[in-house]
Design a protein around this ligand. Structure first.
Ligand SMILES: N[C@H](CCC[C@H](N)C(=O)O)C(=O)O
Length: 277
């Protein structure tokens, strides 16, 4: 099977072009191919598929094989793959995801996609729809226990669930311990992604992420969007800010008029290869 490795701010996935390949068991494939020692090594698996209702469809599986509703970094890489590999010459592509249709706007220079701006749609703030078992809308400063300590979280869905926690210093914070604990906290019926955020100023946030199903990754597009929304809800930043992720900066904007969240950033090919299932 032909596979392509791509990365968006270091959030690396294996991409399969399902116009040419058939993936019978994506859950098992994601688990095996993502293993950084016994497999190719990645944060998960992304299938690029035909679609009736949109130009293309994306299915995304975390490293543990769990399927996620949406992936922000992967959507930028899918746009680059589609355009630069000639599946479409459009510079605005509609992509069907588990969180509905997303519009991808490509910034192309000399035929190569340099960056992509994704309309991530509206954030979901109603607790029971995120879902988190907190009957509030929005969920701001809700208590959550991890490793014997209480934290305060703001919860947002970008199609997938996020628990955003403000900390004094994200760089020294125990992301792995606290993140892994909250990911599986019973408050979250479908588990959750966990973002640890230090507000640098009103237009710069430092964010690390423990991803549902993949652990700490270098970047999380949906997480960055959820973090921007949560930080605005807490009155701590402007509606447009740069999020400093381990893998690099990502610009996120929550447009007041449309209530849509936009993220814009890079996407890169790493290599193509053949993979034996
Ligand atoms: N782990 C996430 C999916 C990947 C999201 C992230 N890599 C992104 O760029 O948005 C989840 O289970 O909801």
């Amino acid at each position: 099977m032909k596979i392509t490795k791509m990365q968006g701010l270091g959030n690396d996935y294996i991409y399969v072009n399902c116009f040419e390949e058939t993936v019978k068991d994506p859950v098992t494939l994601a688990q095996k191919i993502s293993d950084r020692h016994f497999g190719v090594g990645s944060d998960g698996l992304v299938l690029i598929m035909p679609c009736e209702e949109a130009d293309f469809r994306m299915r995304m599986f975390n490293a543990d094989g769990s399927e996620a509703e949406m992936c922000g970094n992967a959507s930028r890489c899918v746009a680059k793959y589609i355009h630069d590999r000639g599946l479409s010459n459009k510079e605005e592509i509609s992509l069907m995801t588990g969180a509905g249709i997303k519009i991808l706007k490509l910034n192309v220079k000399d035929g190569v996609t340099e960056s992509v701006r994704v309309d991530m749609g509206e954030p979901e703030l109603e607790g029971l729809k995120i879902p988190v078992n907190v009957n509030a809308n929005p969920v701001i400063g809700a208590p959550v226990e991890a490793l014997g300590r209480e934290y305060r979280m703001t919860c947002v869905s970008m199609g997938n669930p996020h628990a955003v926690i403000f900390v004094d210093d994200a760089d020294s914070f125990d992301v792995h311990g606290v993140g892994a604990s909250i990911e599986v906290n019973p408050l979250f019926p479908r588990k959750t992604n966990v973002e640890l955020v230090t507000v640098k100023d009103r237009t710069h946030l430092r964010m690390r992420v423990w991803e549902r199903g993949s652990g700490e990754t270098l970047a999380c597009g949906t997480g960055a969007c959820a973090t921007l929304v949560a930080t605005v809800l807490n009155g701590l930043c402007e509606r447009k800010a740069v999020l400093e992720l381990n893998g690099g900066p990502l610009t996120v904007e929550w447009d007041a008029e449309t209530n849509h969240v936009f993220q814009e950033g890079p996407a890169a090919f790493v290599f193509d290869t053949e993979y034996e299932e």
